[in-house]
Design a protein around this ligand. Sequence first.
Ligand SMILES: N[C@H](CCC[C@H](N)C(=O)O)C(=O)O
Length: 276
Amino acid sequence: MNFTKMHGLGNDFIVVEGETKLPDNAAELAVQLCNRFFGIGADGLVYILPSEQADFRMRIMNSDGSEAEQCGNAIRCVAKYVYDNGLTDKETLTIETLGAGVQEVQLTVENGKAVLVRVNMGQPILEGLKVPTTIDANPVINQSIEVDGREFKFTAVSMGNPHCVIYVDDAVNFDLAAWGPKLEVHPMFPRKINVEFVTVRSKDFTDMRVWERGAGPTLACGTGACATVVASVLNGYTDRTATVSLKGGDLLIEWNEENNHVYMTGPAAEVFRGTV
Ligand SMILES: N[C@H](CCC[C@H](N)C(=O)O)C(=O)O
């Protein structure tokens, strides 16, 4: 099987093109190939598939073999892949995902290669029961949750995949490994959850570190960055356009007031190609 290794701000993926549908063994393949010692190594396995509604369809498996509804960093990689490899000559194209339907993507092209990608990530889902959480509120803001005797307050946002946004004093140095895994699988989250720890630095700048559902600590999370800005606007902490600074780099997020859509702008990179 031929693959292309790509990343969005260090959130890295094995990208596979040429299949007409998700292989039956995609979950096992994801666990095997994402393993950083016995496989290629990545946060996820991404398939570029044909679509009836859009130019392309993306499906993404986390490194634990679970399928995610949506992935911001991966969709930027897919957009770069299809343009750079001549599968399309469009600089504005559409990609269909499980969690957000047909999404418009705009490429910035330099020397025939896509260097920056702006994605319409769709509308956030704020009804607690639809994120999903067990909390019947809309939105779920400042919700108390306890793990191992420590109380956190979270805001719940779905971008097609579920997110739990928690504000802390120092996100950059927060002990992700101590608390991320416990929150990920808390019974308040019926489909588990991605956990973002956020420190607001100004009305248009936040630090964020993420423990991802099904992948653990990643260097960046695109949907998590979108959830961070939505939660920060709901809490009155930031404006609707803000930079989210992740361990792997920065994403520019805009939650558009007119159409309620969230836009994410950031880079994507190809690292190497291979056969496995
Ligand atoms: N682990 C996530 C999927 C990948 C999301 C993240 N890598 C992004 O860039 O949005 C989940 O299970 O919902």
